[in-house]
Design a protein around this ligand. Structure first.
Ligand SMILES: *[C@@H]1O[C@H](CO)[C@@H](O)[C@H](O)[C@H]1NC(C)=O
Ligand SMILES: *[C@@H]1O[C@H](CO)[C@@H](O)[C@H](O)[C@H]1NC(C)=O
Length: 298
């Protein structure tokens, strides 16, 4: 009996000691290698191409943003660049994924949306987001922007999946476009067959929803949100208003190195929350990049 208890205790201690170093590795801030950084480049160009007029992404003749991913097979484009952000959907053969991209906006247009002290949060629409918990709340302006193109984007993704027989869906976007693409990432799996893989690459992403929203993303959907130097957009809307970023932050330092920041809203100075504590510490000109070789815009 005594021996058994001793063995059991030893096993528990052994497990605890084993777990500790793993936890530490997982949670430390890591600097990305140059090959890890360049793996983001095609997605950065797709996010930038989101700014191009639908007529030019439909034919994939949008200039340097399109030429950077010359193998892309466009399927559908939409939006008017005014009341509805431009968007496009298609297939990348070398990445073997559906790409969904939404247009962003410049700091002067997005700042009023996200720095207002009485920003409205809303639950997700139960027709677009069937079964989603009512504890999840998001910025109502972002929800409205996503709803405008949602069903057209879904139809285009379904066409792309069947035409190109792929099983991966990738959403991308910069600024407001990143917020819409994050909501698309939640929306699409609720309507598509199971067994698909999802990922999202966002650039200069503002905070989109509350703690329950960030936790839902962390539990279900892998995302990477890259922010550049002292860009103030990713620190808005403020945490004091109940907005929380999901995990997956990559922060581009002034030195040019890219650091992966573990957790939600990591307060280290190597991550955006520590680097830009207040909006007046920010520099709006950092919002568009560059993210590697890509300065966002068309
Ligand atoms: C589609 O891809 C799957 C593997 O992912 C394969 O088994 C199937 O044969 C493919 N279908 C067509 C029509 O190419
Ligand atoms: C922030 O990163 C550090 C590693 O430097 C880690 O120990 C800490 O847990 C992270 N914070 C959060 C909120 O995850």
């Amino acid at each position: 009996m005594v021996v058994l208890i001793f063995v059991a205790v030893a096993l528990v201690i052994g497990a605890a000691v084993d777990a500790a170093p793993n936890l530490k590795t997982r949670q430390s801030i890591t600097t990305l290698s140059s090959s890890q950084i360049s793996a983001y480049t095609p997605y950065s160009w797709y996010a930038s191409a989101g700014y191009c007029a639908a007529s030019t992404t439909q034919t994939w003749t949008c200039g340097s943003n399109c030429e950077a991913n010359s193998g892309f097979q466009p399927v559908a484009s939409g939006g008017d660049g005014d009341s509805t952000q431009y968007w496009f959907v298609g297939y990348d053969p070398s990445l073997d994924t559906v790409i969904v991209s939404h247009q962003g906006t410049d700091p002067s247009e997005i700042l009023p949306l996200i720095s207002d002290a009485d920003i409205k949060k809303t639950t997700l629409d139960s027709t677009l987001f069937p079964g989603i918990s009512s504890s999840i709340e998001v910025h109502s302006g972002f929800a409205d922007a996503q709803a405008k193109a949602a069903t057209d984007v879904l139809a285009a993704v379904e066409t792309t999946l069947s035409t190109y027989n792929t099983t991966t869906v990738t959403t991308v976007g910069h600024s407001l476009g990143a917020a819409i693409s994050l909501l698309d990432l939640v929306y699409l799996p609720l309507h598509l067959p199971s067994g698909l893989t999802y990922q999202m690459f966002g650039y200069g992403l503002p905070r989109v929803g509350n703690q329950a929203f960030a936790d839902y993303i962390d539990a279900n959907l892998p995302i990477t949100h890259i922010n550049n130097e002292e860009d103030p957009i990713p620190i808005l809307p403020g945490m004091f208003l109940g907005f929380v970023h999901p995990s997956g932050e990559v922060h581009i330092e002034d030195s040019g190195s890219w650091d992966a920041c573990p957790g939600q809203d990591n307060s280290s100075k190597l991550c955006i929350v520590g680097d830009v504590p207040e909006i007046w510490d920010g520099d709006e000109s950092d919002h568009d990049g560059p993210y590697g070789p890509v300065e966002m815009g068309c």
